[in-house]
Design a protein around this ligand. Structure first.
Ligand SMILES: C[S@@+](CC[C@H](N)C(=O)[O-])C[C@H]1O[C@@H](n2cnc3c(N)ncnc32)[C@H](O)[C@@H]1O
Ligand code: SF4
Length: 491
């Protein structure tokens, strides 16, 4: 089937965009401003956490686990990216980090023994920043500790990989190490946008990386794309999607650009340095992607994720959000966040602090919280909503209460605004408008207690430019939930 033309995709997207009544949603605080909208990645968020005894994490580990390994190194500083990283570290520093990572892994050996590893994800930063030798070290030590043979093992690549003469050797190392899913950060196929973003690669490197992966028999490849980028027009967005479809890509992660005030791109927005899509245009971009992909036989998985109908969705993405307390996310490395034994927690996000704690023989847990039953229900609900939805009967079975009774007020607000619906088979899910406003939907489920803790910790920050909590808490609650005034608005 042919891809829809630009005018068809645009016309469809504009039509669909009329379904989203921005004025109504704004008046009910169900649409977050573009610069403050963010996907809720942990619940409770960092600013609601406190000290946590690391031993607590090992008390009730679930029988199946997901592993996350953070590799915090990059060649350059992309203007939109606030993930924990260092730019162009020396090889001694990288190797010191790998030793620490290995030591950190040993800490949970006994507690994790016998657990089924369902997925492992090597993210960053830029894991493909590592040399071939460092990659071998990383996979040797990981495979010594964990049985990854039945796991989905994902690895994030940056297109600058192909600038290295030994790019093919590095991919062979990854394949031998057990990697069976690659995620390539592309963002856009518009070279002028890539330059503004300081991506450190052009379109040619994207083409070459995809070609190399194909030649090496890689079948499971997802590409990251973003909309709402500086100087990105509707046409440029359309051309990027079509360009990648022409290359035969079967899986996409389509992210709206999300801002954090400390990023250069947030300053560019605030100062009007570049043209950015407004709220309405971002919605049109969302529906353009949806129309093109649906028409070509792709289906939507967990929020942001698309795959060709014949291909399964990534296990890692599904488990990340369909998280019913029966799976645990075990992070290793600086800035990793996890969920274990009913605790949501963060590892140290500063590399020097991470290294010195691990080298001193400590587990580098920075902050965390043991979830109450109430927060567990909220977390389960807000994450599942972004994926397969909440099977109401399962929720009642697991928690002994009905979603519709317990969250009666929230559901009434969301249903009236058209952001959620309940199917005939009893699944509560986000509507198209709910998907687009998922940050606001999640925020509505934050407990008073969590918002109060966010406000308390926020109030103690003396310098927002340097504070680590401020730097690493991306959640909308950290922005909206942090003042008593805003809490009143959300209640
Ligand atoms: C850990 S990042 C980076 C992977 C790899 N280092 C790269 O840049 O190609 C994974 C993906 O998150 C997405 N991402 C990063 N920052 C984002 C932001 N501010 N808003 C939306 N998506 C973002 C990008 O699509 C990126 O490829
Ligand atoms: S987007 Fe990727 S390459 Fe760019 S700074 Fe972030 S982690 Fe590094």
């Amino acid at each position: 089937m042919n891809a829809p033309s630009y005018s068809e995709a645009l016309e469809f997207a504009i039509d669909r965009s009329y379904e989203i009544n921005l004025d109504m949603l704004r008046s009910r605080n169900l649409h977050l401003d573009t610069h403050n909208d963010y996907l809720v990645g942990t619940y409770p968020p960092l600013k609601a956490m406190g000290d946590l005894n690391a031993e607590r994490l090992l008390t009730q580990v679930a029988s199946s686990i997901d592993l996350y390994f953070h590799i915090p190194f990059c060649n350059q500083y992309c203007s939109f990216c606030h993930f924990a990283k260092e730019i162009n570290p020396s090889s001694e520093r990288v190797e010191r980090y790998l030793v620490a990572l290995n030591k950190e892994m040993s800490w949970s050996d006994a507690a994790l023994a016998g657990r089924d590893v369902e997925t492992a994800f090597f993210g960053g930063g830029t894991p493909s920043f590592l040399t071939n030798h460092q990659l071998k070290t990383l996979f040797d030590m990981t495979n010594q500790r964990f049985d990854l043979s039945r796991a989905e093992v994902s690895f994030e690549l940056h297109p600058s990989l192909v600038k290295h003469a030994d790019a093919a050797d590095r991919i062979s190392t990854l394949l031998r190490g057990g990697v069976n899913r690659f995620v390539l950060g592309v963002q856009s196929l518009d070279w002028s946008i890539l330059r503004i973003l300081n991506r450190g690669h052009g379109v040619e490197e994207v083409i070459q990386t995809v070609k190399l992966l194909n030649e090496m028999g890689v079948e499971n490849l997802s590409l990251d794309l973003m909309y709402g980028l500086p100087q990105q027009t509707l046409r440029s967005w359309y051309d990027s999607i079509i360009g990648l479809l022409d290359m035969g890509i079967e899986k996409f992660n389509v992210f709206p650009l999300m801002f954090k005030s400390t990023d250069p791109v947030a300053r560019h927005l605030a100062r009007g340095r570049y043209q950015f899509a407004g709220a309405k245009e971002r919605i049109i971009m969302h529906f353009m992607a949806e129309h093109i992909l649906t028409k070509l036989g792709y289906r939507h998985g967990p929020i942001f994720y698309w795959t060709k109908r014949s291909q399964p969705h990534s296990v890692q993405q599904r488990r990340k959000y369909d998280s019913w307390n029966d799976n645990n996310l075990v992070p290793f490395g600086v800035g990793g966040f996890g969920y274990m034994s009913q605790c949501q927690f963060y590892n140290e996000a500063d590399l020097d602090r991470y290294l010195s704690r691990v080298e001193a023989g400590e587990k580098p847990v920075w902050r965390g919280v043991v979830l109450s039953q109430d927060d567990l229900m909220r977390r389960t609900l807000m994450f599942a909503l972004r994926s397969s939805g909440v099977l109401l009967s399962r929720f009642e079975r697991e928690f002994g209460v009905s979603v519709e009774e317990y969250f009666c007020r929230e559901l009434e607000i969301l249903r009236e605004a058209g952001l959620v619906c309940i199917s005939n088979d009893g699944v509560l899910s986000l509507t198209a408008a709910g998907n687009i406003n998922s940050g606001a939907v999640s925020l509505l489920f934050f407990s008073d207690n969590v918002l109060e803790r966010v406000a308390y910790n926020d109030g103690r920050i003396t310098d927002k430019r340097t504070d680590l909590l401020e730097k690493h808490d991306y959640s909308p609650a950290a922005r909206y939930g942090s003042s008593a005034e805003m809490q009143a608005v959300f209640r």
